[in-house]
Ligand binder design. Structure first.
Ligand code: SAM
Length: 329
């Protein structure tokens, strides 16, 4: 596609911003060995969208326009977004996935969208992950949690790792590649566990030592503990409900129970890494006096999400009863 007119209008600002961001972030991503990153997040007023690059593909999520924008303008901008990606990044339309993202609760986010699946493998440091740009709103890889996955990989050597709400088990892959002795990854969804198995296989992770378990995490944690883990990652959804669960899960309401039960599975000196994407999450630390809790959110926001540092929160937790153990560093 060609456009010869000077790019000094609203559309031109968008094109210029995409080019500038790619120059800047592209260099950083190459150095870091990252093939999937957020290129754009509503940087230009009027174009409320997130644009992520997955290798030579773009994944574009448009946020619903605010009510004060007239429908015609909203419609025009919607059409301009993929055109700007094509023009600025030289990505042809057949490599651009386009979705509209609205606030939603519950499972709909994880249900199939219906389009034909476009899957590809993308590199993240030492690991590769399968992503699907079409079938669901999410692609199989939460880009904002990249530093947390890296940190888990760096701290996993020789440890037993537990991944709760593992989704496609990307954190497990980092742990295994980082030398974890063994791991258990729990998720409710067969679809995501199958995907997790493919991610383990793509990274030569031994499925005997790295187990995938299909279960409701809350129900699973209610069973008397028979095993302990040195490092536990808990990344729950904001809200979840399913026929397979005895009751719904709400991260605001249920995190104290979730974290207290997870802490019962910690080996002496062990640590929980907890994250979630609720924008108004408040940690009820007073209700968990037995846990030492440190907010590490700032160190877990990657460069490509700096313009949106409230994308997630992240905490590290240890049991206070571990007398003599070093406190969280
Ligand atoms: C990792 S969480 C999503 C986290 C992400 N930070 C977000 O807010 O979208 C999504 C995963 O949780 C799983 N899940 C939801 N409720 C669950 C439950 N009660 N037990 C186990 N897995 C559950 C889903 O199947 C999905 O793979």
């Amino acid at each position: 596609m060609r456009r010869s007119a000077p790019l000094d209008d609203e559309f031109g600002m968008l094109v210029n911003r995409l080019r500038k961001n790619r120059r800047h972030l592209g260099k950083w991503a190459r150095r870091a060995g990252i093939e999937a990153y957020r290129l754009y997040d509503s940087d230009v007023p009027g174009y409320a969208a997130a644009i992520d690059l997955y290798r030579d593909h773009a994944h574009l999520q448009e946020y619903a326009a605010p009510a004060h924008v007239d429908p015609e303008t909203a419609e025009r901008r919607r059409g301009e977004l993929p055109r700007a990606v094509e023009l600025a990044l030289e990505i042809p339309p057949d490599r651009i996935a386009f979705k509209v993202r609205r606030r939603q609760r519950g499972r709909s986010q994880y249900e199939k969208q219906g389009a034909a699946a476009r899957t590809l493998l993308v590199r993240e440091g030492e690991c590769v992950f399968e992503v699907d740009l079409d079938s669901y709103l999410d692609t199989g890889l939460f880009l904002d949690h990249r530093p947390t996955r890296t940190a888990i990989g760096e701290r996993a050597a020789g440890k037993r790792f537990l991944n709760l709400f593992c989704y496609t088990a990307t954190a497990t892959v980092h742990a295994a590649r980082g030398g974890a002795a063994s791991s258990t990854s729990v998720d409710l969804s067969r679809t995501y566990l199958d995907w997790a198995a493919r991610n383990l296989a793509a990274n030569d992770v031994d499925p005997e030592r790295h187990r995938l378990v299909q279960a409701d995490v809350l129900g699973w944690l209610e069973q008397p503990p028979t095993e302990t883990w040195d490092l536990i990652f808990v990344d729950p959804p904001t809200f979840s409900n399913s026929k397979r669960m005895e009751r719904s899960f709400d991260v605001l309401r249920d995190h104290v129970e979730l974290l207290s039960r997870a802490a019962e599975r910690l080996a002496p000196g062990g640590e929980i890494v907890f994250s979630n994407n609720h924008r108004r999450f408040r940690m009820e630390a007073d209700a968990m006096p037995h846990l030492e809790i440190r907010d590490v959110t700032r160190s877990t926001i990657p460069k490509d999400f700096e313009r949106n540092p409230r994308i997630h929160g992240c905490w590290r937790l240890r049991r206070r009863t571990d007398d003599g153990e070093p406190s969280i560093r």
